[in-house]
Design a protein around this ligand. Structure first.
Ligand code: OOG
Ligand code: NI
Length: 457
């Protein structure tokens, strides 16, 4: 058999192809990539500690290719086949995000590489949401939407054949992989021709903009691709100079000495011309936008609880929990409330708030007597490095959704979390992200201690 392409390389081909396509579709995306590159170069130049940390973690090389995107699917069958498609590229469902609690009729997962080596090579992630028509009150409309969705096929026949072949053979050959990427791209392309009439679109839109976005088109167009920046405040500030209007607030934690979790901001969706079915009727649709992210350390369950509680207080303090409010009041509440959240890597580590990766200093050993982790760190033979958060945040995601859906995106869905229904449609269970960080920390510590001669611990 001829040689197979590694799934990491297929993912890189795919993320590059997606990026090229999106750059053509949404010119502001190219502008943003440019800005982020400039800001990142300056941040690395001005901050040697940051550079050294990223280099040690093997993240300096991935930074230039690092992107996440998002899609919204209409049916369980679509989710099932998308999982199979992403698996060919080494992207697996991690995490369950229930957005109904934030008033959105979707639940989601992130398809992403799981192993550290794969993350280092290319951490491409797709935040994937599934529409929950069960939450739509107008049952007749829900049924109509279901019927419309039942008629579409979002993955080409050839892509489906190649997915089946990859499953059978445990991978794809080089030419197969190249063909697969070209075919897979078709699923995420923008279509300016709606599959529904202007009248149907209006009714779907009335129920929720998100429903119109998912149901009215041939496929799940990629709605943003997000580069990772090392200084989100600087990018946010510079966006207007490039003719890009960002949303008013940055989602997530405030700026800190030691970054935690994920900070995100986006620019408003474009108003794009669309053509309705059967007609002369033209209209507009807002779906595609731009976003940037800054990643910090992954938090433990204890850290995450403190984060969630702190953020809740910020939102209670400030009426400005979303973009229609007062950004200054929100930012003031954010920095005041988060001053109670320990800062500095060592503080975060000692208080058990964040996940770290341990390694033994090169050529070091500490044989003979048993020592505590803290003592080994103090002696400089053991090194703790923050683990980057590789996932998403439901409250932030809801803020990103909302800023791009307009004010009528606020409707309430008193949803019940339904992870089991999601997993049943997916045809697999989602990996718990907390377990990944926990295992990585424990494994790295064990290996480091063994190499120091502390294997009795
Ligand atoms: C997804 C929004 C969530 C993020 O980065 O949190 C998201 C969507 O609008 O489909 O991308
Ligand atoms: Ni995003």
């Amino acid at each position: 058999m001829s040689q197979q392409m590694h799934s990491d390389d297929i993912r890189t081909l795919f993320s590059r192809a997606m990026s090229e396509m999106y750059r053509k579709e949404v010119p502001q995306y190219g502008e943003l990539i440019d800005l982020v590159r400039t800001v990142n170069e300056a941040a690395l130049r001005d901050n040697p500690e940051l550079r050294a940390r990223l280099e040690a973690a093997g993240e300096l090389n991935r930074l230039d290719v690092e992107r996440h995107g998002a899609i919204r699917l209409g049916t369980g069958e679509e989710l099932f086949d998308i999982r199979r498609m992403f698996a060919v590229m080494g992207m697996h469902p991690v995490g369950y995000y229930d957005l109904s609690v934030a008033g959105l009729p979707v639940h989601s997962t992130a398809f992403r590489p799981v192993e550290l080596t794969a993350l280092k090579r290319n951490p491409f992630r797709i935040f994937t949401s599934l529409l929950r028509l069960d939450l739509v009150k107008d049952r007749q409309l829900a049924q109509e939407a279901e019927e419309i969705l039942a008629q579409r096929q979002i993955i080409t026949d050839r892509a489906l054949e190649l997915i089946a072949r990859a499953e059978e053979n445990g991978g794809l050959t080089n030419p197969e992989a190249e063909e697969f990427v070209a075919e897979a791209l078709e699923t995420f392309r923008w279509h300016s021709e709606a599959t529904v009439s202007a009248e149907t679109y209006a009714r779907l839109h009335e129920a929720h903009r998100l429903i119109a976005d998912v149901v009215s088109f041939r496929g799940p167009h990629i709605n943003h691709l997000t580069p990772r920046t090392l200084d989100i405040d600087e990018v946010q500030k510079s966006m207007p100079e490039r003719g890009i209007a960002p949303k008013l607030i940055i989602e997530g934690p405030p700026r800190r000495a030691s970054d935690i979790l994920l900070r995100q901001t986006s620019f408003k969706a474009l108003e794009e011309a669309i053509l309705f079915k059967g007609a002369d009727a033209a209209g507009t649709h807002t779906a595609r936008f731009g976003e940037i992210e800054q990643r910090g350390v992954a938090l433990t369950a204890k850290g995450r609880q403190l984060y969630d509680e702190t953020l809740l207080r910020v939102r209670q303090d400030s009426e400005a929990a979303n973009d229609s409010g007062n950004a200054d009041a929100y930012n003031a509440a954010l920095s005041s409330r988060f001053s109670a959240f320990p800062d500095g890597w060592e503080n975060l580590r000692r208080s058990g708030l964040a996940f770290f990766n341990y390694r033994a200093k090169e050529n070091a050993s500490f044989k003979g007597r048993s020592a505590s982790v803290d003592a080994l760190l103090d002696a400089g033979v053991l090194i703790a490095e923050p683990q980057t958060y590789e996932d998403f945040l439901p409250v932030s995601a809801a803020g990103i959704f909302r800023s791009n859906l307009g004010s009528d995106g606020q409707s309430n869905y008193s949803g019940t979390t339904n992870q089991s229904a999601f997993e049943e449609a997916l045809g697999a269970s989602v990996t718990n992200e907390m377990e990944l960080y926990t295992r990585r920390e424990a494994d790295s510590l064990r290996t480091a201690l063994e190499s120091l001669g502390q294997s009795h611990l």
